[in-house]
Design a protein around this ligand. Structure first.
Ligand code: GAL
Length: 790
């Protein structure tokens, strides 16, 4: 677990950290951009413990503090059964550093849950409220030699900051837990005396050849000089512009951008904008921001991207992981975007219900995954102070993220909370003033006119739980006169109470059917801009219909391992890109001696599926087009009733036209099952701030997860790394598969091995190489999809 490393004495710790810092020249950390490459990531060498009197003082005795690495969660967590009492307290993080005095220096925190006080050398230098937005701190009194940054983190629910509510019964009044900690990256940088605090690069008239880029540049002190901007794509300058600056802000347009490649979900072409501020010949500051040219329009007739109709197909994402809370490094955050875009074929994600990590949003930009981003909150409105914080969250979110081309809506209302029109008028106005290029909205629990009155509702976004358990699934029809988007549906409010691999086959299949039905209904009517179902991943919660502190509403589990409902999403892709065959059933004869029976559903994008039992023809699956008239790729049904006592091998061949494009086999013989231990990435950075997931699973001999595998897997990690996870995984509870994360320690090149052992299935090993410097790209997704025929 993060935070459970061997303890260093204070002296040993100081010796280790003395080598760490600094030497930065120019850094670019401010409201809307990640820090520049010269900023030093404060990932390692923190000391951590419970708040104690004097813990912010320079000379505090640190013997009782434990060395930890960021991102970090204040409490050890399991994959389930989280106890909010374990993080609801005050904590302290201390970081020693050396730096030459006289330079201007700042520290930036990407996310501290929930409130933070920052002290430098015993002096309070900043406070921050709220766990989801970054803040930057000037470090005015850096001294020669040892300096101490001490951050007091307050993780109590009683704070008056959204989504928390001071006078409520506690964290279970909202539907997600929020463990405390410095749970996103932190950096420290030497910065210029006068610097760019913000650059907003706003594409204008994107679809016309006369398109331009409107730049708003903000400095932290008045300057008499010039600002230049160079717009580059694929390493080539497309256009540049310049304007004189007399003061702290300057706005100007860069024109001549007719050659720009537009950003699209299929071709997410990005641009870099290099902004330089000069006074005479002297460069005062330089900042590179990334943007993309795209035209996104919500209309009463549907959604249009770059003038082309696109039915938004997506899911909601919570940011919580097993073991670490929110505190997994950037690579894991990016991986969620890859799963959504490349494995689940989503074109849109809703960041429910707060601004998510910059790494996740960067990946959305790079992968072509459109984003709804919203302010922190859930179902309740607090007092005046709370509402003021709400307003400041709108500003913080828009300023941080308005250069992301993937973001197409600002959610400026609190999810499903009936604030006043005046309050939401203010939040909407703040967003539109800071960014006139995107619509504002808020996810509503009702579509009655009173709820969507207000200029801030530019899209009527409805969390449609009209179809409750047992009822036939339906969606409410779009309302006339306003663009209409379904921002949630299904969850665990339609169908079963929980969707786990350990639940009945009927429950698991039902989740897939419901998601397919919802998207089919949305596809049937052009007035739906699209549908974002609830939700991508299981998440921690103590609210209604949670079980043991988890909400099992995800189409993938909390380990990001797909369930049958994910198979529906996986199948919605052109077979030329990826031919897919995914059964909605388990080919297993323990609980179902006559097999899955009929009709068994197979999710596929092929034209035809031929079935074989023990390699003998067993007929053809029939298309379920009649059940899903509007899906691009409807599933198939087959009669898979097997004579009791037989456990044949199933083969499914997939054809597009007359071509066999994919084939999959499934074993009914559990005696040939194996244990696998598969890392997402073969290579990681050995800098303490990187981590990869390793999926540990029982599989049949062809690679399909065998959910009904009981027993416990024990894990052993060798090499200089931390295991983010437990050394024993209960397959009986998780359904034959789970995951942990490996986080290399800072240091030289090393080989890390994770060995997993199951009492029946034997041993499997994952090997990961940790290297100083930039790491290699990740493995291709491998949990879902067919295996192309050679
Ligand atoms: C919605 C809410 C979601 C989630 C869901 C549960 O009302 O917006 O956050 O709680 O219910 O299925």
């Amino acid at each position: 677990m993060a935070g459970r490393q061997p303890r260093l004495s204070r002296r040993g710790f100081l010796a280790a950290s003395g080598a760490a810092l600094l030497g930065a020249a120019v850094a670019g950390s401010a409201g809307n951009a990640a820090p520049g490459p010269e900023a030093v990531r404060l990932g390692d060498f923190w000391l951590f413990g419970r708040y104690d009197d004097g813990c912010t003082e320079l000379g505090f005795d640190e013997l009782d503090l434990a060395p930890v690495q960021l991102p970090h969660c204040v409490t050890p967590l399991s994959w389930t059964g989280w106890d909010p009492a374990s993080w609801q307290d005050r904590w302290v993080y201390r970081r020693h550093f050396t730096a030459s005095p006289g330079e201007r220096r700042t520290a930036r925190f990407d996310g501290v849950m929930t409130d933070a006080e920052v002290h430098l050398n015993g002096r309070l230098v900043a406070t921050h409220h709220g766990g989801y937005l970054p803040f930057e701190v000037e470090l005015p009194d850096v001294v020669a030699g040892d300096n101490v940054l001490a951050v007091v983190v307050d993780g109590r629910w009683a704070l008056d900051v959204p989504p928390n509510l001071p006078r409520s019964p506690g964290p279970s009044v909202i539907d997600f837990y929020q463990p405390a900690g410095i749970y996103r990256p932190a950096t420290i940088a030497a910065v210029p005396r006068i610097r760019l605090t913000d650059v907003f690069a706003r594409p204008v008239d994107v679809l016309s050849p006369g398109r331009s880029l409107h730049l708003t540049c903000t400095l932290d002190a008045p300057v008499v000089g010039q600002v230049t901007a160079s717009v580059r794509q694929a390493g080539r300058e497309l256009a540049h512009g310049a304007a004189p600056v007399r003061g702290k802000t300057v706005e100007f347009d860069v024109t001549g951008l007719d050659a720009v490649r537009l950003w699209d979900v299929e071709d997410p072409a990005l641009c870099d904008v290099v902004v330089t501020v000069r006074s005479g010949l002297r460069v005062l500051d330089q900042r590179v921001v990334r943007t993309g040219f795209r035209d996104a329009r919500f209309t009463t007739e549907g959604f249009f991207l770059n003038g082309r109709r696109l039915k938004l197909f997506g899911l909601n994402r919570h940011q919580w992981y097993p073991f670490a809370g929110g505190a997994l490094p950037d690579r894991a955050q990016r991986r969620d975007a890859e799963i959504l875009r490349r494995e689940l074929n989503c074109t849109m994600v809703r960041c429910s219900h707060y601004p998510q990590s910059t790494a996740f949003l960067d990946a959305c930009d790079e992968l072509g995954l459109l984003v709804w981003e919203e302010i922190p909150g859930w179902g309740h409105i607090g007092d005046d102070a709370w509402q003021r914080q709400n307003l400041s969250d709108v500003a913080g979110m828009v300023i941080r993220d308005r250069n992301h081309p993937s973001i197409i809506v600002w959610g400026t209302r609190v999810n499903e909370a009936n604030g006043t029109t005046a309050m939401y008028g203010r939040t909407g106005t703040v967003a539109r003033r800071l960014d006139p290029s995107r619509p504002t909205s808020g996810a509503l629990a009702s579509t009655t006119a009173a709820h969507y009155a207000g200029a801030d509702i530019e899209i009527l976004a409805y969390n449609d739980y009209t179809a409750r358990r047992g009822a036939q699934f339906q969606l409410r029809p779009p309302r006339p006169g306003v663009p209409y988007l379904v921002t949630e549906t299904i969850g665990t409010l339609a169908g079963a109470r929980a969707y786990r691999r350990t639940d009945t086959p009927a429950a698991r299949e039902q989740q897939a059917e419901l998601h397919a039905k919802a998207h089919d209904l949305a596809a049937a009517d052009d007035r739906y801009c699209g549908l974002l179902a609830w939700c991508a991943f299981d998440y921690p919660s103590g609210w209604q219909r949670s079980l043991g502190g988890l909400k099992y509403a995800g189409v993938s589990d909390i380990f990001r391992i797909p369930k049958p409902a994910a198979a529906f999403y996986a199948s919605q892709v052109d077979p030329a890109v990826r031919p897919v065959i995914e059964p909605g059933f388990a080919w297993d004869f323990t609980a179902q001696p006559a097999g899955p029976g009929r009709p068994a559903t197979i999710w596929s994008n092929c034209d035809r599926l031929l079935l074989f039992l023990d390699n003998r023809p067993a007929g053809e699956a029939r298309s379920r087009r009649a059940d899903f008239p509007h899906l691009r790729y409807p599933p198939f049904a087959a009669d898979l009733t097997v004579q009791k006592g037989r456990r044949p091998q199933l083969r499914i061949d997939g054809y597009v036209g007359n071509h066999l494009v994919t084939s999959r086999q499934f074993s009914g013989d559990r005696s040939t099952d194996v244990l696998t231990c598969i890392p997402d990435d073969p290579e990681l950075k050995a800098d303490g701030t990187d981590a990869t997931r390793v999926v540990v699973a029982a599989r049949d001999q062809f690679g399909t997860i065998r959910a009904a595998t009981p027993g416990v897997v024990t894990l052993e990690l060798n090499g200089p790394a931390t295991l983010i996870g437990e050394t024993s995984l209960d397959f009986t509870a998780t359904g034959g598969a789970a995951a942990v994360w490996i986080r290399p320690s800072p240091g030289p090149q090393a080989t890390l091995t994770l060995t997993a052992n199951h009492n029946i299935l034997g041993t499997a090993t994952a090997t990961v190489h940790a290297k100083p410097g930039p790491a290699a790209k990740g493995n291709p997704p491998e949990e879902l999809g067919g295996h192309p025929v050679a």
